[in-house]
Design a protein around this ligand. Structure first.
Ligand code: ADP
Ligand code: MG
Length: 630
């Protein structure tokens, strides 16, 4: 038997590790199962290349709790270690990692994610165990050995006859303050969180299975049962297979395996698969989003070689893609490192721009394959694409190929189709393409109707980020202006074929303006007299497009720029000088009835813009009833 001192300068390393890494004790299990998996896959490799003369078979990893003995044991059937290897890999390599870690992070190691980065994997066992035993037998025909360490730098290492089969058993004597890890439910939870898709089957207990009845069984025969291994993981998840091997049911099945509480079907998936210039596989799913920007649960999961790393993907995956679901697996994603480290990592940055490109390519091919289907799904995917256009220039550059602009009549235009079909009829005198849009088909109904009556196309752009989107489009496209249907410049911007005719002369218009201003005395409204069609409404309230858009952007988080708040409410009251109402006002001699008519017309205009509220609305209604009785 060897007794020894692990050569570290720190007197007692384990209490320190424990203290520093307090928050994330549970990762010890992932570390030990990762090691067991590595050992198993190494053996597989060696036997494939003929280095190891062993029967590889169907190795599994077993996790076992013994509540009475207060132990948790992880057993693998991998390559095992010789006594020399235990000395080298456990005592020296792993410890030097621990030391390096402590040197660097003595003062600041609040971030438990650092642990694996310094090869502290195995020693994370001491976060939950007061004593750790390794019993291991190498695939090379050497005697089994037992290593015991109680968390001090002292260890013992001796030969043992306790183990005759190849592989490694790690026995954790769970510490008093960590007895939660002797609970079956807790261990099951961890296995499902970190190891659900690891490549070697993991057995945790047994389960009862009913055997099928024989064909000629009697009617009252009772089916026999048997105890079988309870395997907690799926060693070959869909993303590890080639797309050609998978049907759409397989993709759907995997989605539900990933998110067991999610009952809706995803709209479509993107299978990621690169091996140059880095390795990455994965499947992304588009869920039904509509206008929902909430992404609290069911986030994208990051794996490294089928080991769960994190689902905190902010900064790793571009923001707009965080609306998607699915998995990304890359050996280049460092296991166990802190998020700030991940974000600065070069490989991770490349991954992010690759995914962005891949999503753009997929959208382009989807719309080409089946335009009708894509249009049907548009309402549920648009927010991802609009968000992508706003936030990722690389994505925006490609987006004209697959961004749809729906009309209020249910037509869908690509950008080039808008230019071809809509632009010729909606260009102002300076040559700007004026795109009219509604943000709410019900609320802006009368404006939409009146624009359509004039032969204009009105788009329906109703997601909450549209103010940002159109700001971005105006900035990136030449001579394009967006105007909401109730915006002020509709009448100015759009070229009219016929010159306006005017029923009133300039003096009459002046009088009309003065009369109205006196009657309404509300500084929010600036009165504009214009020669509209005689059939147009006498009063129309519009909002300056710019002002309203800034307010909208502020409401949806426009970034720091306009963060100083409070845009004043401002409206235009467009008065149609060609309306019968205008002529009547001019002709009327009775100041009192003139005033009340103007107020009434203003109320009607407000009503159609959803601006008549509270006391004003109550007064309006009682006045209207009085008029009924007259
Ligand atoms: P890492 O896994 O990053 O190498 P660890 O501290 O987790 O670091 O493990 C240290 C070394 O101990 C491993 O590289 C491996 O050589 C050895 N080892 C740990 N667990 C096992 C095991 N179950 N079977 C065989 N070797 C093991
Ligand atoms: Mg390890």
């Amino acid at each position: 038997m060897t007794k020894g001192n692990i050569n570290v300068s720190v007197e007692n390393i384990f209490p320190l590790i424990k203290k520093f890494l307090y928050s994330d004790h549970e990762i010890f299990l992932r570390e030990l199962i990762s090691n067991a998996t590595d050992a198993t896959l190494k053996l597989k490799h060696l036997s494939t290349i003929g280095e190891a003369q062993v029967e590889y078979g169907n190795p599994k990893i077993e996790v076992k709790i013994d509540k009475d003995a207060k132990t948790l044991t992880i057993t693998d059937q991998g390559i095992g270690m010789t006594a020399e290897e235990v000395e080298k890999y456990i005592n020296q390599v792993a410890f030097s990692g621990a030391e390096e870690f402590l040197e660097k992070y003595k003062d600041s190691a609040k971030d438990s994610g650092i642990i694996g980065h310094f090869g502290l994997g195995f020693y994370s066992a001491f976060m939950v165990a007061e004593k750790v035993e390794i019993i291991t037998k190498s695939y090379k025909d050497t005697p089994a050995v037992r290593w015991i360490c109680d968390g001090s730098p002292e260890f013992t290492l001796e030969e043992t006859t306790d183990k005759t089969d190849r592989g490694t058993e790690i026995i954790l004597h769970i510490a008093e303050d960590s007895t939660e890890f002797l609970e079956e439910s807790r261990i099951r939870e961890l296995l499902l969180k970190y190891n659900k898709f690891m490549p070697v089957p993991i057995k945790f207990g047994t389960k009862t299975e009913t055997l099928p009845l024989a064909e000629d069984a009697a009617e009252d025969a009772v089916a026999e049962t048997q105890e079988v291994d309870n395997i907690v993981n799926n060693p070959t998840p869909a993303w590890t297979k080639a797309p050609s091997e998978l049907t759409s049911e397989d993709y759907s099945k995997f989605y539900h395996e990933l998110y067991p509480l999610q009952f809706e079907e995803p709209l479509f998936h993107i299978h990621l698969n690169v091996d140059y210039p880095f390795n990455l596989t994965g499947i992304l799913y588009f869920p039904k989003l509509a206008n929902n920007l909430n992404i609290e649960k069911d986030k994208i999961q990051l794996y490294q070689n089928q080991v769960f790393v994190t689902d905190e993907v902010k900064g790793i995956v571009p923001d707009f893609l965080m609306l998607l679901r699915g998995v990304i697996d890359s050996p280049d994603i460092p296991l166990n490192v802190s998020r700030s480290y991940l974000q600065a990592d070069g490989a991770v940055k490349k991954i992010s721009s690759y995914i962005t490109k891949k999503v753009a390519d997929k959208m382009a091919s989807l719309i080409n394959e089946n335009r009708g289907d894509y249009e049907k799904k548009w309402n549920d995917i648009k927010i991802v694409i609009e968000y992508g256009i706003i936030s990722e220039d690389k994505f925006a550059e490609k987006s004209d190929k697959f961004t749809l602009y729906p009309s209020t009549d249910g037509k869908y235009y690509l950008w080039n189709e808008l230019e071809e079909k809509v632009k010729p009829n909606q260009t102002d005198k300076d040559g700007n393409f004026v795109i009219l849009y509604a943000s709410n088909a019900d609320e802006q109904h009368s404006y939409i109707q009146s624009a359509k009556d004039k032969g204009y196309e009105v788009l329906l752009l109703d997601s909450p980020i549209v103010p940002h989107l159109i700001q971005k489009l105006e900035g990136s496209k030449e001579k394009v202006t967006f105007a909401r249907v109730d915006a002020d410049h509709i009448n100015n911007l759009i070229k009219k074929d016929e010159p306006a005719i005017s029923k009133l002369n300039e003096t009459e218009k002046e009088t009309l303006k003065k009369n109205i201003e006196e009657a309404i005395s509300d500084k929010k409204f600036s009165v504009q007299v214009e020669d509209l069609d005689s059939t147009d409404a006498p009063f129309v309230i519009t909002q300056p497009e710019f002002m309203r858009r800034m307010k909208d952007m502020q409401a949806t988080g426009g970034g720091g720029m306009f963060g100083m708040g409070g845009f004043p409410e401002m409206y235009n009251l467009v008065v149609n000088s060609n309306s019968e109402f205008a002529s009547e006002i001019i002709a009327s001699e009775n100041a009192e009835s003139k005033n009340s008519k103007i107020k009434y017309a203003l109320d009607l205009a407000k009503l159609s813009q959803n601006l008549l509220k509270g006391k004003d609305l109550t007064d309006f209604i009682s006045r209207s009833y009085q008029n009924l009785n007259k």
